[in-house]
Ligand binder design. Structure first.
Ligand code: DGL
Length: 284
């Protein structure tokens, strides 16, 4: 979770689809479907909020792309969400947070909450003194992650594990097939063999693999995903800015930069119910 800071410029002035007050939506985005694991916590904490979700699935995975590319994507998506009246943004992607949250906060004057691997809670919780962080190469190689480990990693040995190929399996809806299982096993087993008793899910796609992870890691290993903490942080930020939380039942609108039918086919499984998906088309 990212603390909020810094001076910000006014947001772009476009008012397409603008509504006022608590009906104004909260914009959430990820390189693809991973951010849905955060969106479900946002929905639980803010039942009345109207939510906009952008899956940049045409460009997933972000994990092996340059920081400059991810920054450009994040700016285009944030602009799209702000144009649709967003009163807050959740960067529901560790890789995009590492690459772009600083520039997003400098461009948009609204609460922006990001993700970061939960190294601090893991370092506090471990009994073996070894924690394993599963994340994309982009996250693990970022300056932000190095700072995080420097700040909180002195209490524990921090092992890092990129998992190339895993996000693609999840984007394809394969949460428990043999390919996903063997990729995940190859990521997790070295961490367990090195004595990790706490695993940090540093990519928002990975909570979809929780049942498989549980089987591989066994019941004694703690698995930490920060989605709930991020949703609570968002609610705090909205409360601080005096934003009413609204009443009744909120709505969700989904957008994808890939063929919308692809996400529509996945939503019943990954979101728990069917919903229409509109195309995400960036003005940039
Ligand atoms: N879900 C993302 C994250 O939290 C990005 C995965 C990817 O696109 O590589 O890092």
């Amino acid at each position: 979770m990212e603390p909020h800071s810094g001076e910000r410029a006014p947001p772009p002035s476009s008012g397409r689809g603008r509504v006022e007050g608590p009906a104004r939506p909260i914009g959430v985005f990820d390189s693809g479907v991973g951010g849905l694991t955060v969106l479900r916590h946002v929905r639980a904490v803010l039942p009345a909020a109207n939510l906009l979700y952008v899956a940049d699935s045409a460009h997933a995975p972000y994990g092996d792309k340059s920081a400059a590319f991810i920054e450009a994507r994040a700016l285009a998506i944030a602009e799209f969400l702000v144009e649709r009246g967003a009163r807050a943004l959740v960067v529901a992607c560790n890789t995009a947070t590492a690459a772009a949250i600083t520039v997003l906060r400098s461009r948009f004057e609204l609460p922006i909450v990001g993700m970061e691997p939960a190294v601090k809670p893991a370092a506090e919780a471990t009994r073996s003194g070894v924690i394993g962080v599963l994340a994309t190469s982009g996250t693990l190689e970022s300056g932000k992650f190095a700072e995080l480990v420097q700040r909180h990693g002195s209490q524990a040995r921090v092992l890092v594990q990129p998992c190339p190929g895993l996000v693609e399996r999840i984007e394809a809806g394969d949460l428990d097939g043999p390919q996903t299982r063997s990729l995940l096993a190859a990521c997790v087993e070295p961490l367990l063999a090195a004595g990790a008793d706490t695993l940090v899910l540093g990519c928002t796609h990975y909570p979809f693999l929780m049942p498989l992870l549980r089987q591989l890691a066994g019941p004694r290993v703690a698995i930490i995903e920060p989605g709930a903490a991020v949703a609570r942080q968002l609610a705090r930020r909205l409360a601080e800015t005096g934003d009413a939380l609204g009443e009744g039942e909120g709505s969700e609108r989904f957008y994808s930069s890939a063929e919308p039918a692809r996400l529509e086919a996945l939503l019943p499984r990954l979101w728990g119910r069917a919903a229409a998906v509109a195309p995400f088309v960036s003005g940039r």
